[in-house]
Design a binder for this molecule. Sequence first.
Ligand code: MRU
Length: 359
Amino acid sequence: MNNTILTYETVSLDENECSLLILDQTKLPSSINILHLTDIHDIWNAIYTLQVRGAPAIGVAAAFGLYLEALKIDTDDYTLFNEKFTQAKDYLNSARPTAVNLSWALNRLSKTVTVNSSKTVPEIKELLRLEALAIKSEDTQTCRLIGEHGLTLIKNGDGILTHCNAGQLATSKYGTALAPIHLGREKGMNFRVYCDETRPLLQGARLSAFELIADGVDTTLICDNMASQVMKNGWVNAVFVGCDRAAANGDCCNKIGTSGLAVLAKHYGIPFYVFCPASTIDMTLKTGDEIVIEQRPSEEVTEMWYSKRMAPDDVKVYNPAFDVTEHELITGIVTEFGIARPPYTESLSKIFQDKRDFQ
Ligand code: MRU
């Protein structure tokens, strides 16, 4: 295989130098830059500034980051260790509010500490290392399964519209919404993929288009406001998007602009699928109204990507990073345990039962 962006690891752990390696997504596609992070504040910042982004990748990065911080806690006293560990966990958890994989991964490590309270601190540190590595390898398996289920929804030559980047760059491998495309390529299939550029941070233009082209996919970039016309042209057989947090009733929160696509897809009679690992489903929330939506700095809208500021200085800016698509607009939610269909309250709780049986 040629050396392309797909040969790089999105997130990894360098055990020799005790550092977190991140493929810096803010520099793509113009330069491939691997960050070596050891300081917890730099790791927090990498999550906040989207150097690492996408719900599953954020979870993996946070797990490695918390493990590295745990290594630095210089005590053999369990209570003191747990106190400092919890402070580090809460700090990392504050980096971004919406993607549930962040708290999900940190809580997995936290559970490792609490259920092993009878072990020595060095033994707990080793268990934390194993748990963080497991989160990463499970992510690859999960994405592959999601891709296999997703591939049953499309046929060779189909047109897929996607938003933001829910591809390999957002996960350990394959991605979620783009996993069927990458897996299809492994089987010699091809699809026409329309990437929304995804204002304001351009994850579609910079990241999805980059990784799809690297995989030899027929890729067309469109501005977000062109989706309706592309659908009207009859070019789109299905919309595939990722998810940052799904509620128990099937409401799905994803990158801002996703819910508008769902409305359009309904209008044009196009199936709308959300790709969502079970780790992204938050069964504690009844509906999407309870999901905290991250608000981002106004400069992302007024200045970023422009050679000079393009908006008037005093203009108010509304810059929510995500929106919630109501479950009524979603044709199916593709998980590693299969495709959930309406009514989601029942199908998602069945998936959680399967998840419990599987563990
Ligand atoms: O702000 P981002 O780039 O982290 O937003 C990412 C998304 O909205 C993705 O669609 C979602 O996290 C799923 S990634 C498999």
